[in-house]
Design a binder for this molecule. Structure first.
Ligand code: FES
Length: 51
């Protein structure tokens, strides 16, 4: 998820993270080593079957 124009991001535990870029990518898969930020790990996680 890309977020534009935020100065801070609050994670699920309530911790505030400062944002120093105009656009940041938030992790939605919960596998990033840099949570709450996306580090690209989602690209190597096998997809779940839906059936
Ligand atoms: S969405 Fe989790 S690492 Fe990219």
């Amino acid at each position: 998820m890309l977020v534009r124009g935020a100065s801070t991001i609050r994670d699920a535990e309530g911790t505030l993270h400062s944002v120093d870029r105009p656009v940041v990518a938030l992790c939605r898969c919960d596998k990033s080593s840099r949570l709450p930020w996306c580090d690209g790990t989602h690209k190597v996680i096998p997809r779940r079957r839906t059936s």
